[in-house]
Design a protein around this ligand. Structure first.
Ligand SMILES: C[S@@+](CC[C@H](N)C(=O)[O-])C[C@H]1O[C@@H](n2cnc3c(N)ncnc32)[C@H](O)[C@@H]1O
Length: 230
């Protein structure tokens, strides 16, 4: 399946140097993400079988935004552990954190790893592959995060490309100003199929008591934020 990664490297036209809008979205929801972790996450349950918290960042690209999100989430999880639910077992030490940075196989993982903050308080791994399918073993992820990535479709709906279809999109790549509703419906139907695959995969991978946070731009400026418990 074709994938279209963000511009690689850290040069003038790279994603790394041209992702301020996505950073604004991350900053705009930070307090909400912290709040839901502190109020809702069942850290006792997720730490009942291991002292390592497994986090995945789905659609991470090359940074630096992903590092900002991950640092923030790790800090919120630490605070939750230290101050809210003190402590499950006082002999246990602060949990360790393992972050799985996921993106399409064509993503520039080399740049991502070169830009990893040296003072990070987590272990880092790369997981290549589409988040529309399985990426992890069953019940192995405690926290999943995905920011400005789930609106990417897995493919172009084929009826948009067929000249004799009512949904033919005349070579355009979006439905802004679409001349008929069939075009919009084709995009919506593909998004629904993609999200079903996405949710089915995460339902297998996330542990009971785990959490997933999805952040997505909506109508340009409004931010749509969803929290899911497992
Ligand atoms: C706009 S970037 C967002 C990157 C980062 N989350 C941020 O906030 O800066 C969207 C990313 O989603 C990735 N992506 C799109 N579809 C994907 C899929 N099916 N599986 C994994 N990653 C995907 C793209 O390759 C791209 O790196």
């Amino acid at each position: 399946m074709a994938s279209f990664p963000m511009n690689a490297g850290d040069g003038l036209y790279s994603y790394s140097k041209n992702s301020h809008l996505q950073k604004e979205i991350i900053d705009g929801v930070k307090e909400m993400v912290r709040d839901v972790i502190i109020r809702k996450l069942d850290i006792k349950t997720i730490l009942s079988s291991s002292n390592t918290i497994h986090i995945t960042e789905l659609g991470c690209s090359v940074g630096p935004n992903t590092f900002s999100s991950m640092q923030h989430i790790v800090e919120a999880l630490k605070d939750k552990y230290l101050y809210q639910d003190q402590l499950i077992d006082s002999t246990k030490s602060i949990p360790e954190f393992q972050i799985f940075f996921n993106d399409q196989v064509t993503n520039d993982f080399n740049t991502l790893f070169c830009l990893l903050p040296v003072d990070r308080s987590y272990y880092a791994s790369g997981v290549p592959g589409s988040f529309h399918g399985r990426l992890f073993p069953s019940r192995s992820i405690h926290f999943a995060h995905c920011s400005t990535s789930i609106h990417w479709l897995s493919k172009i709906p084929k009826e948009l490309l067929e000249k004799n279809s009512p949904a033919w999109n005349k070579g355009l790549i979006d439905y802004v100003g679409a001349s008929n509703v069939e075009i919009v419906n084709a995009y919506v139907a593909q998004f629904e199929r993609d999200m079903e695959m996405f949710f089915n995969a995460r339902a297998e991978e996330i542990v009971p008591g785990g959490m997933m946070v999805l952040v997505s731009p909506f109508l340009g400026y409004v931010r749509l934020l969803g929290f899911f418990w497992f």
